[in-house]
Design a protein around this ligand. Structure first.
Ligand SMILES: CC(C)(COP(=O)(O)OP(=O)(O)OC[C@H]1O[C@@H](n2cnc3c(N)ncnc32)[C@H](O)[C@@H]1OP(=O)(O)O)[C@@H](O)C(=O)NCCC(=O)NCCS
Length: 164
């Protein structure tokens, strides 16, 4: 059996201008639109790390802590913080910048991506190398998220088959 490769964390970033089509009646950004962008940047990060297609399996601890306004520039930054056998936890942070050029963090979430082979089956990802204290801290958060999910899995299976 071949040994699993070890790999340093990968990142992906993107800067986007917020347009009227991204915002609601109050001129602030739709949460769903922001999640879509976070999913895209996180997916690029997961693909870079795994060298495979990656699908979104879940979104954890999504926080919108500051509104984003029409005309703001937003920066999205994603980083692999934890790996399982075929899954990767990607932390994504969003920072907004208004016309005064001040920056503030406005959203953060942890996305779980699963690497897929050419037949659409989950495939092993490299083992994440932990090199710094910050990476160690993030890795513990990723491990806690996956542990919590494993506990919730049974309840989720039951709920899937019930009416709302
Ligand atoms: C994610 C998916 C590929 C997992 O398939 P599966 O048959 O459960 O595969 P496995 O049981 O082998 O699990 C593979 C990995 O996915 C993880 N996983 C499965 N369901 C999960 C969920 N709901 N949340 C988080 N992780 C999940 C498993 O823990 C496992 O991780 P590990 O290998 O690191 O231990 C499958 O559920 C799927 O295709 N979901 C739809 C994905 C999609 O279309 N996303 C776009 C949004 S619509």
């Amino acid at each position: 059996m071949s040994e699993r490769l070890k790999k340093k964390s990968t990142v992906a970033t993107s800067s986007i201008m917020v347009f009227p089509t991204d915002t609601n009646d109050y001129g602030t950004m739709y949460g769903g639109r922001l999640i879509e962008m976070m999913d895209m940047v996180g997916g690029i990060c997961a693909r870079r790390f795994s060298s495979h297609k990656a699908v979104t399996a879940s979104i954890e601890d999504m926080q919108f802590n500051k509104p984003i306004n029409r005309g703001d520039i937003i920066e999205l930054e994603s980083r692999i913080i934890y790996t399982g056998r075929t899954s990767m936890v990607v932390k994504t942070k969003v920072t907004r910048e208004g016309y005064d050029e001040d920056k503030e963090v406005c959203a953060r979430a942890y996305f779980v991506f699963v690497a897929m082979d050419s037949e659409g089956k989950p495939i092993e990802v490299p083992i994440l190398e932990i090199l710094t204290e910050k990476e160690e801290k993030n890795n513990k958060i990723g491990a806690e998220i996956r542990k919590r999910q494993a506990l919730e899995e049974k309840r989720f299976e039951i709920e899937l088959n019930e009416n709302l």
